[in-house]
Ligand binder design. Structure first.
Ligand code: XMP
Length: 511
């Protein structure tokens, strides 16, 4: 059975992913597609409804993104948000005017709650507005269903053709009950039934993968992270022993982590698991390297070399499995912001592996949906909720050059920190926390002895998107316990400091 689908046409607004998420939160599957998708393609996808996102352009701009005009004649309900509303108006011969002042912020909007779009709403509402242009005259057949003090047409409808426009952004949290507007569109106007669930995603995927791969062979680079683990398990449920997972252990994982990954995958799943212990190889390549970007590059390249060597031993495979997830797909279509750190994700595409096709079973899922899929597949909670861990691992948490001794110090200190955070039940409220081995040595005193040893820095941040974050206000007693345990239990550390910088201006990692 094919899922109900809502198509989201991307006009370049900053909240587009959020719209897709909101729709999925209502148990309706949604996809973000480029604004210029063809009518044929839309027909093929057969959506129950279409949402036009906002965007920075003006419909009068030379390079204004335009959809195919016939879209409004398909008989498919359309909800235009912000620029999307203006474009619909412009196309259907209403008038979009240019205001000389931008309206921005949570704004009082009076709506007509007899419209199915606003069913259940009070007349007075607060939604986020962010626009300069506005709809001055609605197209023929449309009527006004909302206004603010300065915007005459904040919401419009053509009930007969099921075309709706809203000047505000229902998808953001600042719009109170904004999700209800989306729900009303989905259920009152598009007649969705809301039966999309992770369980059905898992069942459908396994069936589709079985059909697609049959008894051919697939290869997967497993990093131990959430995405590649979930992708691997999904594949193993579909094709069992025809899947081979190569786990390149670069020795830069956290304490015991390599063994944990091996245990989970060899004990619980029916697949071929190859662990390559490549620590010495990585450490010799990294010897004496202090520049963080060089470290990342070396690790990224070496990872691929090791993976390729193993893959060659297996010979030609039909499919290479990638743990790509939806935000990777969407973000890669947009313009790039300036590179602050080149994020190397272990599992990047190797050049010389002999495969015929790529499979990306998680390509349509957001991170939280990947986690739900993981749980549904029976992957242990500690792996599914694992905090993010950078591909280059502890190499970018040892400031300066990397040696085996330093790695041991950092692994031990980090493990104590993680243990105490878990003991204090803070592991769910702090989104990322770890120890850093600084290359600072300082004087201390232990017993009667003078020491001259390393300083460990503790880092803990609270964030939802990892783009910005605040340092976590861990209670002093817990910091005290962690500090005292690290200094007492880890040789060559005589000082512990806590990083109290937020992001920005600092980044989460130290390198
Ligand atoms: P920063 O340090 O840039 O980190 O604030 C943001 C998030 O990205 C992770 N990170 C990386 N992840 N490869 C990765 O796969 C990398 O090279 C890398 N560098 C940083 C970091 O752990 C945090 O979650």
């Amino acid at each position: 059975m094919k899922n109900e689908l809502i198509l989201i046409l991307d006009f370049g607004g900053q909240y587009n992913q959020l719209i897709a998420r909101r729709v999925r939160e209502c148990n309706v599957y949604s996809e973000v597609v480029p604004y210029n998708i063809t009518i044929e393609k839309i027909k093929e996808k057969n959506p129950k409804g279409i949402i036009f996102t906002g965007g920075p352009a003006s419909v009068y701009g030379e390079d204004a993104p335009k959809c195919e005009e016939g879209i409004f004649d398909l008989g498919i309900p359309v909800l235009g948000i912000c620029y999307g509303m203006q474009l619909m108006t412009h196309n259907l011969k209403g008038i979009v005017a240019r205001a000389n002042k931008r309206e921005y912020g949570t704004t009082d909007i009076k709506i007509d709650n007899t419209s199915p779009l606003f069913q259940g709403f009070d007349e007075d509402n607060k939604f986020l507005m962010s626009h300069t242009d506005f709809v001055e005259k609605v197209p023929n057949g449309f009527k006004n269903i909302g206004h603010t003090d300065s915007c005459p047409n904040a919401a419009i409808e053509n009930a007969e053709r099921k075309l709706y426009g809203i000047q505000f952004h229902p998808e953001v949290n600042n719009s109170i009950n904004g999700t209800q507007v989306i729900k009303n569109f989905l259920f009152n106007i598009c007649n969705c039934s809301g039966d999309w669930q992770i369980t059905s995603f898992v069942e459908d995927s396994i069936r589709n993968l079985k059909e697609k791969i049959g008894d051919k062979k697939a290869l997967c680079a497993l990093s131990g992270g959430v995405d590649s683990s979930v992708a691997a398990v999904l594949l193993s449920k579909a094709i069992g022993k025809n899947l081979t997972c190569i786990f390149v252990d670069h020795g830069l994982l956290r304490k015991n982590e390599g063994d944990e990954v091996e245990e989970i995958f060899t004990k619980n799943y029916d697949l071929n698991f190859i662990r390559v212990n490549a620590k010495d190889r990585f450490l010799s390549k990294l010897a004496g390297v202090t520049d963080p970007e060089k470290k990342r590059k070396i690790i990224g390249e070496e990872f691929i070399r090791v993976f390729e060597e193993e893959a060659k031993k297996i010979g030609t495979v039909d499919f290479l499995v990638q743990g790509t997830i939806y935000p990777d797909v969407i973000e890669s279509g947009l313009g790039k912001s300036s590179v602050i750190k080149s994020h190397h994700n272990v599992g990047g595409l190797p050049d010389y592996v002999d495969f015929k096709e790529i499979v990306e079973p998680l390509r349509d899922l957001f991170k939280d949906e990947v986690r739900k899929t993981g749980l549904e597949l029976g992957i242990p909670e500690n792996l599914v909720y694992r905090q993010p861990f950078p591909g280059p691992g502890l190499a970018i948490r040892i400031i300066g050059d990397i040696t085996d001794d330093k790695l041991t110090i950092l692994k031990d200190a980090d493990s104590i920190f993680r243990e105490e955070i878990a003991n204090a039940s803070l592991h769910k409220s702090i989104n990322q926390y770890f120890a850093v081995l600084t290359n600072l040595k300082s004087v201390g005193v232990m017993g009667d002895e003078r020491t001259y040893d390393y300083t460990i820095a503790l880092r803990a941040v609270e964030t939802t998107d990892f783009m910005t974050g605040v340092w976590s206000k861990i209670p002093y007693e817990i910091l005290e316990k962690v500090s005292s345990r690290i200094v007492n239990e880890v040789s060559h550390v005589n000082r512990v400091v806590y990083d109290i910088t937020s992001k920005p201006p600092a980044t989460i990692e130290w390198e």
